[in-house]
Design a protein around this ligand. Sequence first.
Ligand SMILES: C[S@@+](CC[C@H](N)C(=O)[O-])C[C@H]1O[C@@H](n2cnc3c(N)ncnc32)[C@H](O)[C@@H]1O
Length: 270
Amino acid sequence: MTDKIYSEDLTERQKREKEYYEQYSQSFDVEREVDFSPIISGESRPWNSYWAIYQLVQEKFQAGKRLLDFGSGPGDNALRFAKIGYEVEGFDISEGNVSIAKRLFNKYQMKGNFQVSSAEKLPFPDESFDVIAGVDILHHVDIEKSLIECRRVLKKGGVAYFREPLEVDLVDKVRNTSLVKMIAPKEKSFEHHITEDERKLNNMDLETIAKVFPNIVMKRYFFLARFDRFYRKGSDASPSVLEQLDALLFKVFPPLKNLGGVVMLILKKD
Ligand SMILES: C[S@@+](CC[C@H](N)C(=O)[O-])C[C@H]1O[C@@H](n2cnc3c(N)ncnc32)[C@H](O)[C@@H]1O
């Protein structure tokens, strides 16, 4: 088990991410209540990418299966995966996040192992996991190195799921105009949870991923739902009408999927 990572072993980008998250992790209340609705409410929200990853992971579940939460952050997602029944391991570059995740599991009296590690060099033997799940992580890391590691530690026949933001040429051109950046800033910020180096996945990243996992399957979300942020509170857990409308529009007119700003990657290792 690794509880520390030495800065001389890290790239400049990894150091900046780690420094950001050591500070950000202090904002988490260990006594917080975790919302288990995505896995226990019986409600299905396939049009919501955060809920959809639980549905996928739940469908894949069998007793005794091992799941790696790839970049586990403060541990809320890992806790839900453990509640489904998986034997869960997690890693994160931030010691603060790993400590919070461990304390969260203690609070809920759940079993789970967490260690400090970079995604680019994982501390697990080959073929360790049946399922890997990552939420908002690939856009913080060196994608090629991390996915090579992801594939290495995944068992044959195993699947990795990643939920990630994706660049959409037309939309991001508008998003990057000074006017829109004034309304919705993009600079490093703790308030908006933006690190200096994070960037949405682009087509080149998707090509890189497809080289490592040629069986790549992608599902898109989040077209009109971009506007949720202007009238809904981030903490609002009720279903989003715009997300549901997006799913309907994508069904009726599939080319619109290309405007979806979130992707679910389903990566099978044959
Ligand atoms: C947006 S957070 C997502 C965390 C978690 N998956 C979640 O959904 O709460 C990104 C996470 O990536 C971690 N991170 C950044 N760069 C990393 C790297 N190179 N290796 C491992 N973790 C990294 C950060 O410490 C942070 O916890």
